[in-house]
Write a protein that binds this ligand. Structure first.
Ligand code: ZN
Ligand code: MN
Length: 143
């Protein structure tokens, strides 16, 4: 779907930074931070500042165009994929990986008479890449 049309549908005015940031977030699956977004786009949009990125991300989140994740204690990470899914945070390399939700945890269900419409599921641990790195490091180290 066209990014400009998405902005229009939300009643958000079209500016160069907003278009560039939304386009970037739609094609990223790495959950970038405000700083990552700034670094990736500053050559394309030289007037960009971190404050602008922060404000645009906040605006997008308020309109449900993106989700912000609090999974990493040090940074707010931005997800352009707003379909229901959970996240896994690797405590070694800091990667955030998408994980599927079970049907029950995808939202839209009743919880003791309360209507659940969103579920934010965070797993933390060591990712498969870091686990295999650990194994090779262990076999290599002399005893
Ligand atoms: Zn890892
Ligand atoms: Mn995600």
């Amino acid at each position: 779907m066209d990014v400009r049309q998405k902005l229009k549908d939300c009643g958000i005015g079209i500016t160069k930074p907003r278009v560039a940031i939304l386009e970037y977030l739609m094609k990223q699956c790495t959950h970038p931070t405000v700083d990552d977004i700034y670094q990736a786009l500053v050559s394309e949009v030289p007037t960009l500042s971190r404050t602008t990125v922060y404000n645009v991300v906040k605006l997008f989140a308020e309109h449900g165009l993106v989700n912000t994740l609090g999974i990493d204690d040090r940074n707010v990470c931005v997800d352009g994929d707003t379909t229901p899914h959970g996240h896994f945070f690797c405590k070694e390399c800091g990667r955030i990986i998408d994980v599927p939700l079970t049907e029950l945890s995808a939202g839209g269900f009743d919880c003791d008479g309360n209507m659940v419409t969103e579920v934010h599921l965070y797993y933390k641990g060591v990712c498969s890449e870091c686990m295999s790195k650990r194994e090779t490091d262990e076999s290599r180290s002399p005893r």
